[in-house]
Design a binder for this molecule. Structure first.
Ligand code: ATP
Ligand code: MG
Length: 420
């Protein structure tokens, strides 16, 4: 071991486990890539103000969880805690919304950083795949994104993911509801910090996980009962489209993303096998965000799914992914001359699209065969002096143990045939 360890709240992805992470990223992004979403990549850090405005001054993310730094040049930057604000910033900066092609549909994948109390499923560095559909107020877009996320989980073989759905209303109906909710909350027995939250961001209080608070929230007024007609019919359309697509959901009137520019549709995917960190992904409509960061009115909707927790969900359900073998053929040269020959053979196989590896470091037959078995390869190519003299190499099936000589100048063809 070196003198250094990974920083607190972080972990390394290493083989063979890292393969599952790649597969999860791939599985989440595949439905997006075939639905008109283009790939976007933004920097790992942004100006602090983008997040304080784009995520919200009163959120935990901005008040407690951001990694901030001041550069030598005096810029105040933050490691990105989430993706939406950056992606919207990038789309506005590139004027993607002006090309007369709304909605702008984008997807992303990357690392995010939050200074949290580390625990199972909650890290300081984690990974998300996300999608944003910018610039259209259409319930079919909300439904599309939710269906794509549900399809991604299903394609991974997850069965115990539940979708929670709610509507947060809009500028029309939320202010009235907010006032009614505040009246209710002010009458409760709450600590000082929560009381402050009642004044700044009362919806967020509904999300409080503490039992003492939850108990008092039993009779709280719900947004559901205060939606205006436009929000009600928008939400009905989303629900109908989900039902038609065969995506099950549970109405959760307490589900909030308590910021003023989050509007209407809000949802979360939860997995019951994950303990307290049950949210595997979440998202919703954010019709006011563009204006909050200095852009034009661009009603939008998006989600972000956590890669780390999705992998934990797979483990919790005992799902093993059907991953392609990292190595299909493993070559074992015995001697200098054989190494040159098999180096060439492995190069040719790789160029032909066959995953192939070679034993390096002049190891003996026994050690090299151990590596061949450990690599998961189906076939081994073994060549010694006698084989070379005869112009052949031995092709061994590592499952059945069967072995036969194949011509040294016909290795690729023989391997292809053996792999079927
Ligand atoms: P939570 O309520 O668990 O803190 P959140 O509301 O902060 O989640 P979002 O900002 O909506 O989470 O991020 C979307 C997804 O990213 C989450 O559903 C989760 O899967 C993942 N995620 C968020 N924070 C972390 C973290 N610290 N470690 C690992 N995954 C995370
Ligand atoms: Mg959080």
């Amino acid at each position: 071991m070196s003198t250094f360890r990974a920083p607190k709240g972080t972990y390394d992805l290493i083989p063979p486990d890292s393969a599952a992470y790649l597969a999860v990223r791939e599985a989440i992004s595949a439905p997006l890539r075939r639905s008109g979403y283009g790939y976007v990549e933004t920097p790992g850090f942004e100006h602090v103000e983008l997040f304080s405005r784009g995520v919200g001054e009163s959120t935990d993310i901005v008040t407690k969880e951001m990694y901030t730094l001041t550069t030598r040049g005096g810029d105040r930057l933050a490691l990105r805690p989430e993706g939406t604000a950056s992606v919207l910033r990038a789309a506005l900066e590139a004027s993607l919304h002006k090309a007369g092609n709304l909605p702008v549909k984008l997807w992303y994948s990357g690392s995010y950083y939050r200074y949290e109390r580390p625990q199972a499923g909650r890290y300081r560095h984690f990974s998300q795949v996300g999608a944003e559909a910018i610039g259209a107020e259409d319930p079919a877009l909300d439904a599309e994104l939710i269906v794509l996320a549900a399809d991604a989980y299903r394609s991974l073989g997850l069965r115990d993911v539940r979708l929670l759905l709610n509507s947060l209303g809009d500028q029309e109906c939320r202010p009235g509801y907010r006032a009614v909710l505040q009246d209710f909350l002010r009458g409760l027995d709450l600590d000082e910090e929560t009381l402050r939250r009642v004044e700044i961001n009362p919806l967020r209080v509904l999300d409080d996980k503490r039992e003492a608070v939850r108990k008092q929230l039993a009779g709280a007024p719900m947004m559901r009962d205060h939606l205006c007609e436009a929000c009600k019919s928008f939400h009905e359309r989303v629900r109908d489209l989900l039902t038609a697509a065969g995506v099950a959901f549970e109405d959760d009137p307490r589900l909030v993303r308590g910021l003023d520019y989050y509007t209407r549709t809000t949802f979360e995917f939860v997995h019951d096998g994950l303990g307290a960190q049950s949210a595997v992904g979440g998202g919703g409509r954010y019709d006011g965000l563009s204006e909050m960061i200095g852009g034009p009115a661009l009603p939008s909707v998006g989600w972000a799914l956590g890669v780390d927790r999705t992998v934990l969900a797979l483990e919790a359900e005992g799902v093993t992914l059907d991953l392609p073998a990292a190595t299909e053929v493993y070559a074992v040269p015995l001697g200098e001359e054989a190494r040159d020959l098999l180096f060439g053979a492995v190069t040719a196989l790789r160029r032909a699209g066959v995953a192939a590896d070679l034993s390096y470091g002049g190891r003996g037959l026994k050690g090299a065969m151990k590596s061949a078995n450990r690599s998961g390869a189906r076939l081994a190519l073994v060549a010694g002096e006698r084989d070379l003299a005869e112009g052949v190499v031995q092709l061994k099936d590592l499952e059945s143990g069967e072995q036969r000589a194949v011509p040294a100048d016909g290795i690729t063809a023989a391997v292809r045939e053996a792999l079927g």
